[in-house]
Design a protein around this ligand. Structure first.
Ligand code: SAM
Length: 265
């Protein structure tokens, strides 16, 4: 019997991540530069934060949506420590298996984790111009973030437009959203390189390490189907973000991984 291919359009993909959680770090560890690439994008986010709290101010509030086993959280932690600002990071993921891996690592008190679907987090509305520290300090379930990082997530949510709108509402005015993800659509050479990488390295490795190649076949397809650079920028603009920009992430996968950002006005 063949199981149905994984599809983010039909249902959340987080249960598929549950099955590989225990192996995820080993698999990403086989990708040279995975951590450095996340750090590049985390620094982009931190560099764009307008609020620079001092020691007595409400800390920066940063969400790492789809934090997985914590690799992106670690990148944010490094970038925020470098900033010298007080901060809190909330790693949020819909997969209990991935979160268990993240929670098993050592973290400072400023880092917490939460099990939730990213698109279902509550939001607190902030009127334009509301830049009060109160909003950040007192924010509850999902509102008032200074920054939202989504590394390898947007491709996986059921409705990317709705999700981007949701992140917009999660941010306080001036807050920054950074999407770190693969993107090859519209560039035939990168499409070919991505397919060669998946079928030559990633899918065979996942078979050996996790014995669950289904998620990695889905990774291949989902990246092929994901937004072109222009489409992703447009998505952020349509969701209401301004100062939208994009940069290829340096490293051996240059041309395949990009950082895209926008600001809630
Ligand atoms: C490819 S992993 C990336 C993990 C981490 N950000 C990193 O950079 O290593 C994608 C993560 O997103 C989570 N995820 C996928 N869809 C989600 C959703 N709708 N809500 C919350 N988490 C989700 C998965 O469980 C998985 O842990």
């Amino acid at each position: 019997m063949t199981s149905r291919p994984i599809s983010a359009r039909e249902a959340t993909v987080t249960s598929a991540f549950d099955e590989v959680g225990a192996h995820y770090d080993r698999l990403t560890g086989m990708s040279p530069g995975y951590a450095d690439q996340l750090l590049f994008s985390a620094r982009l986010l931190v560099d764009r934060l307008r609020r620079r709290p001092g020691p007595e101010d409400a800390p920066l509030r940063i969400a790492d949506l789809g934090c997985g086993s914590g690799a992106s959280t670690q990148a944010l932690l490094i970038a925020l420590v470098e900033s010298g600002c007080p901060f809190r990071i909330e790693g949020i993921d819909g997969s209990a298996g991935m979160l268990a891996q993240a929670r098993a690592k050592r973290w400072p008190e400023s880092v917490t984790f939460r099990h939730a679907q990213a698109e279902e987090l509550g939001v607190e509305e902030h009127p334009p111009g509301d830049t009060s520290d109160l909003a950040a300090g007192a924010a509850g379930d999902g509102g008032g973030y200074d920054g939202v990082f989504a590394a390898y997530l947007v491709r996986n949510v059921p409705d990317a437009d709705a999700f981007c709108g949701h992140v917009h509402r999660m941010l306080r005015p001036g807050g920054v959203f950074v999407v770190h993800d693969y993107g090859v659509a519209g560039r035939p050479l990168d499409v070919a390189a991505w397919t060669a990488l998946c079928w030559g390295v990633i899918i065979p490795s996942s078979l050996v390490v996790a014995r669950k190649p289904g998620l990695f076949r889905y990774l291949w397809r989902s990246v092929l189907d994901f937004d072109s650079d222009e489409r992703l920028r447009r998505r952020l603009l349509d969701a209401g973000f301004t100062d939208v920009g994009q940069r290829p992430v340096p490293g051996w996968q240059r041309g395949m991984v990009r950082a895209t950002w926008g600001r809630r006005p």
